[in-house]
Design a protein around this ligand. Sequence first.
Ligand code: HEM
Length: 219
Amino acid sequence: MQQSRRRNKMAFPWAGLLALAAAGALAVWLLSPSAPPLELLQTWYLSRAAGLVALALLWLSVILGLMQSAGLLSGLTGPAANVDVHAFAALLSLYAATFHAWILLWDRFVTFRWPEVVLPFTANYEPVLLGIGTLAFYGALGAVITTYLRGWMGPRVWRALHQASLIAFAFGLVHGYFLGPDTAVPAVRLFYYFAGWSTALLLAYRMAGGILRRARDAG
Ligand code: HEM
């Protein structure tokens, strides 16, 4: 037990170093004169892939948060580890969503300027669905920031602000489902349904548990 814990601790820096080295090598290659021009880098596909990764990580973070607060993970893993994975998944989702929107600035299929990316509902292309995506991004950003500022907020304010992550996930789901061409792919459609329904059911379970607890305490 002791040994495996030590081995786990050592695995993280290596993975991080490897990722940094890969990102550095990619950056050097992109800046070298032999790299293909950015429009040939298939920015549209990169953006869409990153969008799906962002949504999957956001879903993971949301369900872990709901399972933790509903007590479904107690006895399985330690609460501190659950909270760490929950927060880290949200942070990674934010990185992926940033890449997803940022790389569009180089895209030739749909030409975006940065105000259209950061200001909701201002794009020329699908303004409503894109605006919902931008709001999803701000919701996820708010959830991550409140996680790190938890110590400075009262529990009520924190809980209210942190619940924005659920809205962010719902907006991300609507944005991806109705905008993304990959919704036509059965596996991607299955992921949307599974992610949506699992979150809705967990949320209902969590709310029912809260109502029952309050009724028990009052009676
Ligand atoms: C948390 C925030 C976001 C999430 C989780 C998210 C997720 C997704 C997903 C899952 C797709 C579908 C990908 C596919 O079908 O291949 C998608 C598509 C797309 N998203 Fe986002 N997105 C977010 C924010 C944004 C923002 C801020 C923008 C830019 C304003 C944006 C622009 C787009 C575009 C242009 C597409 C492709 C539409 C098409 O192919 O017709 N997204 N997004």
